[in-house]
Design a protein around this ligand. Sequence first.
Ligand SMILES: [Zn+2]
Length: 426
Amino acid sequence: MFARTAFDRILRRAAIAGRSVPADIGIRDGRIAAIETRLAGEAPETDLGGRLVLPGFVDTHIHLDKACLLGRCGHNHTSLASAIKAVSELKRDFTADDVYRRGAQVLEKAVLKGTTHMRTHVEVDPRVGLRSFEAVRRLKNDYAWAIELTICVFPQEGLNNDPGTYELLEAALRDGADLLGGCPYTDSDPKRQIERLFDLAVQFGVDLDFHLDFDLDPSWMLMDDVCDQALRRSYQGRVAIGHATKLSALAPDAFERAAERLARAGVAVTGLPSTDLFLMGRDATHNAPRGVTALHKLVERGVCCSIATNNVLNPFTPFGDCSLLRMANFYANVAHVSPAGFDLCIDLVTALPAKLMNLKDYGIGAGKPANLIVLEASDSSSALAEIADVAMAFRNGRRTLIRKPAELLQPSTLSRTGEGQTRAAR
Ligand SMILES: [Zn+2]
């Protein structure tokens, strides 16, 4: 039995994965103090009525610095090269305040959609210098009340071919960047970029996250180089690759070999369905390929995977509401996931990306930080199928959002409130 003052807040009747009946969650000092079917104790209570509670969505791959640019550069970018070129030109004029404003818009949307942890990739090169990085560092601090932001600096336009970039990456890592990203496909020497970034990551003791193998030609891949380096540097569990759309073009036997390789090297894969579908398969006149890697099949073969947002309303992806639940639903639909796999699709935006990011304190359990979201669904599978609304969210026990359900105004209700009055009556 807990004393009167044992809790600061109690969430009653929460549906939690792995429990057959709803349970009560007691929160104290920003942490989950107890989870029991009928928790004794007095504290301000919120009755969740059997709604699903998750530890929040985890977005491992988003670009805050180049989000919300469509109004500046038109909508007619249908190739990766033209999207990179458009942003490259705009980037020279980015100010820290401009990046901050656009990043804040995206962060607020993401929080409202239940995202509690996010890894943002940030471009660092001689065109933009450290301005975007500085803005994102401010965002990390200013939005810490709602979301944990991790900063991954990377050379979008190449490393070996872009003098000054390496020194800027070093400066950002000295100045608070959390990890290092890569983009070998724009480099004059992709393999050398991979090697140099591993050197730099080892030097600073940070994880790595590459944009990699982003086309549909399976005849060559850089994945093997990244796996080799991860094994050679004992970096298993610390490296991720994003896109990896080439994997979607592999025949089954080659796919099995690639999955085995990734699992053995401890290299994780992030799928970015919205961008991958928007940019891949543009050459096809009909029966266009999907170009989305089968993440659920990789997970079944022991590879850590995540589904992430990537770009929001820019030349790479002219879509985006920052909802990871919508993205997981989108993935399930595109990748032919059957209802038996819907729970795994929820894992792909929660527990698995938390593992990819090596988040130590993630999850629902006694002693963990009270970072929780409540969905308008009773279980994961229906939350995925229906893209359930996020009803509320908590960070360190403090409520960070409430969404009230929309209300239908049926005719009987209308007449009672006077809104259904006929013109004559008025
Ligand atoms: Zn990206």
